[in-house]
Write a protein that binds this ligand. Sequence first.
Ligand SMILES: [Zn+2]
Length: 114
Amino acid sequence: MITTRLPMPGNGPRPERPRPVDSRPPHTPLRPTWCCRADGQPWPCGEARLLLRLEYDGNSAGLTIYLAGLMYEAMRDLYHLNPHDGPAPRTLFDRFVAWGASRRPAAHRRPDSP
Ligand SMILES: [Zn+2]
């Protein structure tokens, strides 16, 4: 039998980063709402972004992979919580992934790249 349905992907990364820096609650997401457990802001909050940039210094590909995996997990949770009026995919992409993407200097871009 041929089907057009794709298999359900497995779980993404565990949201354990940024790692705690002291005994206070870490700036990691609370599921399923994806708010920061330390300050209640939408995750990744400003502090989480700073700490993630430090943790992934020199490994922007690793940061992007981590963030994209968590974006997928957040989509699963948030659309389950609010199936008819969940956040737009572009909104989630900007919130989770776009801010952490590495930017090549303009001099190294190919003419056809954005
Ligand atoms: Zn936070």
